[in-house]
Each structure stands twice: as structure tokens, then as C-alpha cells.
Unconditional design. Structure first.
Lengths: 341, 193
């Protein structure tokens, strides 16, 4: 819980983070600012997607339930729609990072591209007033020079501050944060593709034929798919996996989340309809049991459409993942090595 | 040098050559990079301090073998070039700077402040939103804190006392309401007897 705001002073920027009831301050003097990097992200689009899905789901729920309760549904759907409109009007999301000689800090108050660009346009003259202007060509030449000669280091460390045991002039090795990227073969992504293809084949089966064991197998398949997605996301973090395969894993994750939400909304609508129809009343010919509910859900046209949609999406995703893996992964596999005898 | 904010890989100098936004060669993330001259400026060198050459020379309090160059403006101790901290055009030693920071003598060194006005406001409002009864205790506490927060250093960026005033008014109203309620209860109890 907390907020983050950025303030411009006479000679520095002040980042104020409110954590609980304590304000934390960080100052960045204009003379020390080395770079400001803005990276557009997909966070706002993901939120838009989720909010649109919520609005649609709630609207479907409101239209499904009886009079009285539908007002709550419509109000919630309206709120989701307002949040969606606000999110869209704020524009694309981004991450803004400020770099000084001693630290690199994410400016959490600048999370929208338009706003970040506006703030940068406002503080650039202040920074240039302290440091002087730097043309792009000059920056390129100086960056190449710095890369050729090594990055600028402190001109000297006082002798009194050196460790007692280290000889003069000798420095400890510099440890680069993060280090080199980890090698990742993409096998988990391949497994995820196969699981998606299996899901595509199995998901429409309950529409035609249904029993408890099949339902249990489908649950296991769902858990396996979820596990594969999580494993793929974990494995690709800080690895050298190509961006296309990373996108595939994230798309599968987004699709899974969307399907869970849609399935939940659809289930609620169906259950409300069943209750309204009086199919599960005490004097009903069909006694109440989870299996009865599942059977009734199976007959619902919304559930059938969702199953088919899920199957088609699984097939598309699975094929996409396999094609990507075939195209990108073979060259990435480590060659066989002769073991020393 | 520069590194990609998505994958933390070092960016080659050529990312500054192309169009804006540039693309990270490793993770292919789009980056809008603005660089300033400080990126290519080496850090200022620290001074080690010179050794004492003759017996008559004054030495640093913390390094007796180093020549003193300036006295601390807070404690008066002699300091060598290494121990001299030039901050806000004042020459001080590190312990004096640390104690001054602890006392809040240098606002530019403050890294945190507690928002007493927000605590008072929360104590005045949250019990009303959740349950009414805790306000019997929290209202006097909120009033005390808002009076205390009036003189305490507030936020560095929000100089207003609006929260203090609102907390005072709310807490006072809650206390008055409780007094009236208790009075009503006692009166009813007496009339019932």
C-alpha cells in the first residue's frame, strides 16, 4: 500500500514514496542524472483486456439473473466500463528509469507513456542547465569512445580507504549485477505446446459424452497446463530465450486467465438460470448433486460455445508454439560433446 | 554504461545512433533513451590527505599521520582532506554530519518523515467506516495526535495543515457525539428507575 510522486526542486528531483504513514525521500540532483530511459509496456493493454472481459462477464451475469439482482450486475458492469474508459484515456503504460552514477531507480510515479514524456520534456531543460546540452551525434561518439576505452571509473580511491591487505593499485573484480543470461533450451515451451494440443483435442469431448472420470482427467489436464505455463514463465526469466517464445508463454498465460474468468462467469450465469428455472428444487425430478449441475451446465449453449472456443484457441496456441519452437529452438540446443575418457 | 531496463543487459553504444525509440538487441524491448553529459563524466576523485612532514604541523583528529587542512565547523576538530565533508558550503566531520542528520538539522539529508496528520486522520475516519464503537477510544487519540501533529514537522512536499484541521474537527465531533449518547443513556436509565 502506498503512493509515489515526483517533485522538481531547484537543483534536484525528489521522489516521495508513501509507505503506510511514512514518507520516504530520494533525491536526484540534476548534475548527477546520467540517463532517463522510458520503456513502453503492455500493462495498460492487459488491464484493458481484463476490464473489458469483466464488463462483458458482469453484463452477461446481469442479463441472466432475475429482476432485482440484475441491478447489482449492471452497476458492477458499469463500474468496470468506467474503469476501462479511464484506463484507455490515460494511454499506453510504461516504466521510467532514472540512472545516476551510483544507482538506477524506477520512477514509479511515471507509469504512463504520455505523462512520462511530458515530465521528461519539463526536466530536460533543468538537467541541461546544470550539465550542458548533449547532441545525439556527440553522445554516440562519446559512447563509442567510452566503450572502446572502458567505462569511466572513479579517478582515484583514497589510499586510506583501501583494504589493508590489497596492494596499491589492485582493485577487486567488478561483479556485474545480473550477470550473463542463463541458457534456456525451450523444452518447457515445447511441452506446453503439446499440452495445449492435447487440450484442444479433449476439451470438446464433454459436450458429446460426459462422465466423472473424464471430468477428473480434464481437471488433471487443466492443472498440467497451468503447471506448464508457470514453469515456462519461470524458466524464461533472466534467460536468453528469444522474445517470440517468451511472448508465446505470456499469451498462453493471458489466454488461461481469460478462460478461467470466462468459465467462472459462464458457470455463474448457468447456475443462476438453473436456480431460476427451479430445476434444483427439493421437489424437482433431478436430485441435487454436483454431477447434476455439471450435466445441466453441459447442456447450456453458452458452455458449449465456450468449450469450442477454448478448443480452437488451444489448437492455435499449440500450433503457434510448436512452429516457433521448431524455428527457433534447434539452433539453440547445445551440441553433443565427447566425454573425456 | 547503459543497460536495458527489461533484461538488464548492457546496451551497445549504437542504440544511441538509431531512431528513437531504440531496441534492445537482447530482449528486443523498445526503449526511449535520453542521455546526459554526466554519463560520460568520471566520478570526482577523493582526496587522500597529505602526510605530516614536521612536528609543528597540526594533524587530523582521526588520522594522526595526516596533515589537517580545515577544522570541523561543528565540533572544531582538525580534519585532513579525507575526513573533511563539504556539505552545503560547510566543512564538517562525518560524525557531526550524522548527528546533525539525526537531529533533522539538514532537511536535504532527510530520507523519511512520519505523517502524524495522516495517522490522526485515519484514527478519526476508519472507525466510522468499519465499526462505530472503537471511536470511543480512537477519537480522543486522534484529537491528541492532531494537536501534536500541528507542531511536528509535516510532509516535505505537502505544507498544508488541512488534514490536521479535519482530524481535529472530526475527533471533536465524535467526542461530543459520544458525550451526548452517554448522557442520554444515563438520563434514560435514571428515568427508568
Amino acid at each position: 500500500m502506498g503512493s509515489c510522486t515526483l517533485w522538481a526542486g531547484g537543483d534536484h528531483l525528489l521522489l516521495v514514496e508513501l509507505r503506510g504513514f511514512t514518507e520516504m525521500y530520494r533525491r536526484f540532483y540534476f548534475r548527477d542524472v546520467q540517463a532517463i530511459i522510458i520503456r513502453p509496456t503492455e500493462r495498460a493493454r492487459t488491464w484493458s483486456f481484463l476490464l473489458a472481459l469483466s464488463a462483458l462477464g458482469l453484463a452477461a451475469l446481469a442479463s441472466g439473473v432475475g429482476a432485482g439482482w440484475n441491478i447489482v450486475g449492471w452497476i458492477l458492469a458499469g463500474l468496470a466500463l468506467i474503469a476501462l474508459i479511464v484506463n484507455l484515456s490515460l494511454g499506453r503504460s510504461c516504466e521510467c528509469t532514472l540512472q545516476t552514477p551510483l544507482q538506477t531507480v524506477a520512477l514509479r510515479s511515471l507509469r504512463r507513456l504520455r505523462r512520462a514524456r511530458g515530465v521528461l520534456a519539463r526536466i530536460r531543460p533543468l538537467i541541461e542547465l546544470e550539465q550542458g546540452p548533449l547532441a545525439n551525434e556527440e553522445a554516440l561518439v562519446r559512447a563509442r569512445e567510452a566503450a572502446a576505452t572502458g567505462s569511466p571509473e572513479p579517478a582515484g580511491i583514497p589510499v586510506a580507504m583501501e583494504p589493508a591487505g590489497s596492494p596499491a593499485g589492485e582493485r577487486p573484480p567488478v561483479v556485474v549485477p545480473g550477470g550473463p543470461p542463463r541458457h534456456e533450451s525451450g523444452r518447457v515451451h515445447e511441452a506446453l505446446s503439446y499440452v495445449l494440443l492435447l487440450s484442444a483435442a479433449v476439451t470438446p469431448v464433454p459436450v458429446l459424452y460426459f462422465n466423472v472420470w473424464l471430468n477428473a482427467a480434464l481437471c488433471l489436464l487443466f492443472l498440467g497446463r497451468l503447471g506448464c505455463i508457470i514453469a515456462a514463465l519461470v524458466r524464461q526469466k533472466s534467460s536468453d530465450l528469444p522474445i517470440e517464445l517468451r511472448r508465446f508463454a505470456w499469451t498462453a498465460f493471458g489466454w488461461e486467465c481469460g478462460m478461467i474468468a470466462a468459465g467462472f462467469a459462464c458457470g455463474v450465469v448457468v447456475v443462476v438460470r438453473i436456480l431460476n428455472n427451479g430445476a434444483l428444487l427439493a421437489d424437482s425430478p433431478t436430485p441435487f448433486s454436483p454431477l447434476t449441475v455439471m450435466n445441466l451446465m453441459r447442456d447450456d449453449p453458452g458452455t458449449r460455445i465456450l468449450s469450442l472456443l477454448s478448443s480452437v484457441a488451444s489448437l492455435s496456441l499449440g500450433v503457434w508454439g510448436l512452429v516457433l519452437h521448431r524455428r527457433l529452438a534447434p539452433s539453440r540446443r547445445e551440441p553433443w560433446r565427447i566425454l573425456p575418457i | 554504461m547503459l543497460e536495458c531496463t527489461a533484461c538488464r543487459a548492457a546496451l551497445p553504444p549504437d542504440v544511441l545512433a538509431g531512431q528513437v525509440p531504440a531496441r534492445c538487441p537482447r530482449c528486443e524491448a523498445w526503449l526511449e533513451i535520453s542521455v546526459f553529459p554526466a554519463l560520460f563524466r568520471p566520478l570526482a576523485a577523493g582526496e587522500a590527505g597529505q602526510a605530516v612532514l614536521s612536528d609543528g604541523e597540526s594533524a587530523c583528529f582521526y588520522h594522526p599521520r595526516k596533515r589537517a587542512v580545515v577544522p570541523c565547523e561543528s565540533c572544531g576538530r582538525f580534519l585532513c582532506a579525507l575526513c573533511d565533508v563539504n556539505f552545503n558550503d560547510r566543512h564538517t566531520c562525518a560524525p557531526c554530519l550524522e548527528s546533525a542528520r539525526g537531529r533533522g538539522a539538514f532537511p536535504a539529508l532527510e530520507t523519511r518523515r512520519t505523517r502524524h496528520d495522516q495517522i490522526a486522520m485515519a484514527l478519526a475516519i476508519y472507525p466510522l467506516l468499519l465499526f462505530i464503537y472503537p471511536s470511543l477510544v480512537t477519537a480522543p487519540v486522534a484529537l491528541f495526535l492532531s494537536i501534536r501533529a500541528w507542531r511536528a514537522p509535516g510532509s516535505l512536499v505537502h505544507g498544508t495543515k488541512v488534514r490536521c484541521v479535519l482530524a481535529m474537527l472530526l475527533a471533536t465531533a465524535e467526542i461530543v457525539a459520544w458525550i451526548l449518547l452517554i448522557n442520554l443513556f444515563i438520563t434514560r436509565l435514571r428515568t427508568a428507575r
